[in-house]
Ligand binder design. Structure first.
Ligand SMILES: [Zn+2]
Length: 408
């Protein structure tokens, strides 16, 4: 059975990881910043070396196409993303792109012809760390998010996505976003938790997801001098936010392994040492496997906001801005991936996605499979994120086998 070249795969992943490498061995490439631009240029160069036509769409998604023998067949698309969070690792997203590159390289080595074309995609701005919302490129591609809305999003410095794309100044043709069918989409990704390693399995086949709801809690208090203002006089928005944050954490902790809750981002005004904070925006989310408990968690979150508002004399408004899950996975695609694993002698387990991935918006667009390789350190969005060369090679072997099956 045809397999990936493990050394070439690992070397490419490590070479990519040197772009934006952090002191702790991770990577920092925020979507469309100069380092992400370098990473995109490196991939474009490697794809051009394979003689592939490379096109970028108006949202910065990159496609490289290896023609099939049947010009009427829709393409099989494989890939992931190159952007990272500010203190990210070398594997999240990057691994899926490099595994897809290795598939195309291996096909070129062997001079393989497939019926359907095979396309590598690099989805722009999966992380949403610089520009919200996350999974932007894939969501616009499938029509879940409007192109003009996405292009107008700003980073903390007021730079829009449209301006950031222009600053990349990439050569070549710019094509329309979406509007063409895929025969199938395949993505491999590192697991972002410890479950595969705990279970001692090689590949996790994503068969469903947590349900997640994302909110902003806007806390409005009253500004005042931090000295003369009596303690009894205060309506400190940040102190109220601190109570909210601990309350939010407790909501997830009460659910064991089936629940999650987070409050990872604050916007603080005026954020000056001499002034009691009068406005804080707390971004938060709740996640659960099942709908009923998720609804209970949301009710607890709303009650928490009301209690903190009443006790501290502040206003707390909760607004939902994003949701994902449950997802509709494609049973036949997952069976096909499991079949490839079996032929390769790799063990599998079913696993739920707890975070969004580009494959999730794509699931509503075409037959899709998303599968994970184990994380040695059990963590992600951290410089210590790590999978071994063997684990990386196994996932690429599965991607290669599944791509060839899907493309005929
Ligand atoms: Zn990712």
């Amino acid at each position: 059975m045809l397999k990936a070249n493990p050394e070439r795969l690992w070397d490419a992943l490590m070479e990519l990881g040197r772009i934006g490498e952090t002191p702790g061995g991770g990577a920092r490439r925020l979507a469309m910043d100069a380092l992400d631009g370098e990473a995109r240029a490196l991939l474009r160069r490697w794809l051009a070396e394979l003689g592939l036509a490379v096109a970028t769409d108006r949202l910065g998604n990159i496609f490289a196409r290896r023609e099939g023998t049947d010009p009427d067949a829709d393409p099989v698309v494989i890939g992931s993303h190159l952007d990272t969070v500010p203190t990210g690792g070398k594997f999240d997203g990057a691994y899926g792109v490099i595994a897809a590159l290795e598939v195309l390289r291996r096909m070129a080595d062997e001079g393989l012809a497939t019926r359907a074309s095979v396309e590598l995609v690099i989805w722009n701005n999966e992380e949403g760390a610089r520009f919200s919302p996350m999974t932007m490129g894939s969501s616009v591609f499938v029509g879940d998010v409007a192109l003009d809305f996405a292009l107008s999003r700003t980073d903390p410095d007021g730079v829009t996505v449209a301006q950031a794309l222009e600053a990349l100044d990439e050569p070549g043709e710019t094509v329309a976003v979406g509007g063409r069918p895929f025969a199938a989409y395949l993505e491999t990704h590192i697991e972002q938790g410890p479950l595969l390693k705990e279970a001692g399995k090689d590949i996790g086949v994503v068969t469903g997801s947590f349900r997640a709801r994302y909110f902003v809690a806007s806390v409005t208090g009253e500004a005042g001098h931090v000295g003369p203002t009596l303690m009894e006089q205060r309506h400190d928005a940040l102190a109220a936010a601190a109570e909210l944050i601990l309350g939010i954490e407790a909501i997830g902790r009460a659910r064991g392994r089936d629940g999650r809750s987070n409050a990872p981002h604050l916007e603080l005004s005026p954020n000056v040492r001499g002034v009691i904070p009068n406005a804080v925006r707390v971004s938060c989310d709740i996640r659960h496997v099942e709908a009923g408990p998720l609804a209970e968690m949301e009710a607890e979150l709303r009650a928490l906001c009301e209690r903190v508002a009443a006790e501290r004399g502040v206003r707390v408004e909760l607004a939902q801005y994003f949701a994902f899950g449950p997802i509709d996975c494609h049973a036949a695609m997952n069976d096909m991936v499991r079949g490839c694993c079996e032929e390769l002698g790799l063990s599998t387990m079913d696993i739920l996605a707890v975070a969004s991935h580009d494959a999730i918006p794509i699931m509503g667009y075409c037959p899709t499979a998303l599968f994970f390789i184990p994380s040695e350190t059990g963590i992600s969005h951290n410089e210590a994120e790590w999978s071994t060369p063997e684990q990386c090679a196994a996932g690429a072997d599965v991607l290669l086998a599944a791509t060839l099956r899907a493309a005929g």
